[in-house]
Design a binder for this molecule. Structure first.
Ligand code: NAP
Length: 513
């Protein structure tokens, strides 16, 4: 176990409390172990500088948290080379040895959960309670894959020929490039890296420009856990450098696998990059989840599910519900109870302020998108029942819209913000047609107490994950991933590690009876 660090670093920031005049805003501090506030890249077990730096901002206040090394293609290439060199020794570790090191990494994440959660809150804006939840979720993938490392069984297959034996052996694919978004700055990394390292692969991680600090803190703890140099590398970079760095990571001959989480648009670019050298790919892309409430639903359960599924991380998760479909018989009761729940439960503020449930959106562009969807819906006849306005900076009021129709922008494109648009429907067939009318299919949710309807709808929804009377479904034990343009492959579960393994067929011939 690493020594608990006594050194603390303290930096003061103005806290933004929506609605309070600037002069009355409180000071806020990011008070974490200095060992966890890393600002250089991490390549081959060393902290490396770059020719320039880029700022990391607190999205709630706009204040600068740190300046981070702006790695370019040269650093990315160094990281790939280091990972390639390390692969040949890492894959020779026994599964038990890899499992042991992953378990040590998990223990350190758990030990430092408060500081790691503060980092998430300050760089991504998430309320502290959710950030602590993300660290538990993030660590769970390291623990899960520490266990799965020892179960990458192959097969001995009955042969059709008497003089042959047929063996199928699982082997690590090699160096994996890992590109991740800002909305889960820790968990989107560990969900991939846990599986990759367990399988015997080495990795180069490129975190999002907005949230490199969580990735670098993971590197510090990986180092403390004894994960060897070159096995886990991190190359932070600014949005300006991202395309060049991404190109190295997705085209270099030494890279065998690209695993990406982010928007469908970016996923398509990376798929094209990876095609030239025929790399194995995993793509966790955008969603546009339907949330259907049938007449038979328990309305209180449906309201609780809607609140959890919509407003987590201020609506900025890929599995957040985007399109609420509510059957006519239950519609008015649902709307009334939902409005009351929003009034009672949602509180905007800085994520580190106790009681905050809604932080800012990640940046102005994100808030602009929500505002444009609200204006479009209103111009086409929707009614604003709650919220609707953008506040200071990138804070956005949680918004409830009624009378939404399928021609509105908010039903046609992913929102990624605290907008809850409700479409009224009459029949199950109508609801399914609307729900499935999307080119993406990540998650879907529905509420019903009719067991036949539950089976029908769960099977008919064109998504990779279904919540039945449940608004939160992510867990390391289950497979995460989508259909259609929501991506390729699965993370977590017993399937996640397969994304980093090849199957080798060994034919033993000429055997004498
Ligand atoms: P994004 O713009 O696609 O960015 C994701 C990552 O890709 C970031 O690290 C970004 O770097 C990088 N990137 C962007 N352009 C690139 C390029 N040309 N080459 C290489 N890397 C590139 O997505 P986002 O807006 O940050 O995240 C939100 C999206 O992610 C939503 O659509 C959401 O549904 C999806 N998401 C999906 C899942 C899932 O599991 N399916 C989970 C979370 C989020 P920069 O930060 O420097 O731009």
């Amino acid at each position: 176990m690493a020594a608990v660090c006594l050194l603390r670093t303290r930096s003061l920031f103005r806290q933004f409390v929506p609605g309070l005049p600037a002069a009355m805003q409180r000071q806020y501090s990011l008070d974490i172990s200095s060992q966890l506030l890393r600002t250089q890249g991490y390549v081959d077990g060393r902290w490396v500088s770059a020719a320039s730096v880029f700022p990391v901002l607190d999205p709630a206040t706009g204040q600068e948290l740190a300046r981070v090394a702006d790695c370019g293609p040269a650093e990315a290439k160094q990281a790939v080379d280091a990972a390639y060199k390390a692969f040949y020794s890492w894959k020779q570790f026994t599964a038990k040895e890899r499992s042991y090191l992953l378990r040590k990494w998990f223990d350190l994440l758990t030990l430092h959960k408060e500081d790691l959660a503060k980092l998430i809150t300050f760089e991504c804006g998430k309320p502290m309670k959710e950030s602590l939840g993300e660290i538990a979720y993030s660590a769970s993938f390291i623990e899960w894959f520490a266990e799965e490392a020892r179960r990458t069984y192959g097969d001995i297959v009955p042969s059709a020929a008497k003089d042959r034996k047929v063996l199928l052996l699982k082997q690590p694919v090699g160096v994996a490039s890992i590109i991740t978004p800002w909305n889960f700055p820790s968990a989107m990394i560990t969900r991939k890296v846990g599986a990759a390292l367990a399988a015997g692969c080495t990795v180069v991680v490129k975190p999002a420009e907005d949230t490199p600090l969580s990735a670098l803190a993971l590197a510090e703890l990986a180092s403390q856990a004894g994960i060897p140099p070159g096995v886990f590398n991190v190359v932070p970079c600014s949005r300006e450098k991202t395309p060049e760095v991404g190109k190295v990571l997705c085209t270099d001959d030494l890279v065998a696998k690209v695993s990406f989480t982010g928007s469908t648009a970016t996923g398509k670019i990376l798929l094209k990059h990876a095609a030239d050298t025929v790399k194995k790919v995993s793509m966790e892309l955008g969603g546009h989840a339907p949330f259907i409430v049938f007449d038979s639903a328990d309305v209180d359960m449906a309201v609780a599910g809607a609140m959890a599924s919509k407003f987590r991380n201020s609506g900025q998760t890929c599995v957040c519900s985007n399109r609420f479909l509510v059957q006519s018989g239950i519609h008015d009761r649902f709307m009334e109870k939902l409005g009351r729940a929003m009034d009672a439960e949602l509180r905007l503020g800085h994520g580190s302020e106790p009681g905050t449930t809604q932080g800012p959106l990640i940046n102005s562009r994100a808030a602009d998108k929500v505002v444009s969807q609200v204006s479009d819906a209103v111009s086409r006849g929707a009614k604003v029942l709650r919220g609707g306005k953008r506040l200071h900076g990138s804070f956005m009021e949680p918004t409830l819209l009624a009378g939404v129709t399928t021609d509105m922008l908010c039903t046609r494109e992913e929102t990624f913000g605290p907008l809850l648009p409700v479409i009224r429907f009459d029949s199950e067939a109508e609801a399914l047609a609307i729900a499935n009318a999307s080119h993406v299919g990540l998650a879907g949710y529905f509420y019903s107490q009719d067991i036949s309807q539950i089976w029908r709808v769960a099977e008919a929804l064109e998504v990779g994950m279904v919540g039945v009377n449940e608004g939160l479904l992510s867990t390391c034990e289950a497979s995460f991933g989508g259909v259609k343009q929501s991506g390729l492959g699965r993370e977590g579960s017993k399937y996640g590690i397969e994304e980093y393994l090849d199957v080798k067929y060994m034919c033993f011939g000429g055997l004498k009876p």
